[in-house]
Design a binder for this molecule. Structure first.
Ligand code: ATP
Ligand code: MG
Length: 331
């Protein structure tokens, strides 16, 4: 039997960070052996928030390098750039015709973006979730490894699939399920620890996987710790630092510092120093692989060309089924 499919993507909106890695890419890598995986650089999604066209290409290239350096293997997985496959937008249009506007208006990320950029509210932003549903179901993907912030989009994708099937009397798509890592579904920002770490909160708020050691140290040392009165629950900033230490430090380091916290003797500077060292250590192989890939543009181009070629076969097949169901012209 053919392997089940996985689809996921990241917007080329800046350097990827610990949240992207722990929430999504880490499971992408683990799934490669058991599933047919398609991992996308979703540049059309990158256009939904303000961006500089002059930087887009470089961002796409950097993100491809990030995927490969993190361990996405083009021999096993299909890597694509969304805009290279017109079927994504074609299917999004069709799914848009079965999606009530009221469903889109209640998506939490839409409401957040409207607040963030009140002068940049457009049809593409509203229909973000429709395009994302199209990205996934175009490949009939069943599993979508993502961070917690994407759960409402997956719920929407399932509703759209059900409605499409109901209205056209067919069963073409599986209902996609999110795969969320329980322990790392939501890594918090270093500067505003009540919000999730995001590329859009700016470079000071995140640790990019490609950050040089001195920058990692500097950002961790300046991370917001606590403000609340002693004896209260652990503050979100400190909790986030401990969370990261648990993931990247040794068991002894974590146990020692945690015991000091419980005893009320912890100096945050020690927690931060230990965490910075652990992160610098852990990210070193990633930085090395990244530097090698930077020097091999021919390989990067080959990876994408091959990925797009393989994805196109699946995408065209699905569009043929969809267009037939909708009574549209075939190629
Ligand atoms: P932007 O601010 O441009 O939206 P982002 O950091 O939110 O950038 P996305 O490209 O939107 O990144 O998301 C890529 C993937 O990373 C998604 O699966 C998302 O759920 C996951 N992700 C993003 N931020 C975090 C986080 N802080 N913790 C866990 N997962 C995250
Ligand atoms: Mg995001």
């Amino acid at each position: 039997m053919a392997r089940k499919r996985v689809f996921s993507g990241i917007r080329p909106t800046g350097q990827i960070h610990l949240g992207n890695y722990l929430g999504a890419i880490k499971s992408w890598i683990e799934l490669q052996d058991r599933y047919e995986c398609i991992y996308a650089i979703v540049d059309y999604h990158g256009m939904t928030t303000p961006y500089d066209p002059a930087e887009m290409r470089a961002n796409v290239r950097e993100l491809l390098i990030d995927y490969l350096a993190a361990g996405v293997d083009p021999e096993r997985s299909i890597l694509i750039v969304q805009s290279a496959l017109p079927e994504h937008t074609e299917l999004a249009w069709i799914l848009g015709t079965v999606t009530p506007v009221s469903w889109l208006e209640r998506v939490p990320t839409y409401k957040e973006k409207v607040e963030q950029h009140p002068d940049y509210v457009h049809l593409g932003l509203l229909s973000y979730g429709v395009l994302m549903a199209a990205d996934i179901v175009l490949y009939k993907a069943e599993v979508v490894p993502v961070g917690e912030d994407q759960l409402p989009h997956l719920e929407l994708a399932r509703e759209i699939v059900r409605r499409f099937h109901h209205l056209f009397g067919v069963r073409i798509f599986p209902e996609p399920q999110a795969l969320v890592q329980e322990d790392t579904a939501r890594i918090m920002s270093l500067t505003e620890p009540e919000k999730k770490m995001s590329k859009s909160l700016g470079p000071r708020s995140l640790i990019a996987l490609a950050d040089p050691p001195e920058e990692i140290r500097d950002k961790i040392m300046k991370a917001v710790t606590d403000t609340g009165p002693a004896g209260e629950e652990m503050s979100p900033g400190v909790a986030n630092l401990f969370h990261l230490l648990k993931l990247f430090g040794t068991e002894e380091e974590y146990a020692q510092l945690r015991a000091e916290y419980d005893a009320g003797t912890l100096r945050y500077v020690n927690l931060k120093r230990t965490l910075a060292d652990a992160l610098i250590r852990s990210l070193e192989p990633f930085r090395r692989r990244r530097a090698e890939l930077e020097n091999d543009p021919a390989y990067l181009e080959r990876v994408l060309r091959e990925g797009i070629r393989r994805a196109r076969v699946i995408a065209r097949q699905t569009m043929e089924e969809v267009k037939t169901a909708c009574g549209l012209m075939l190629d």
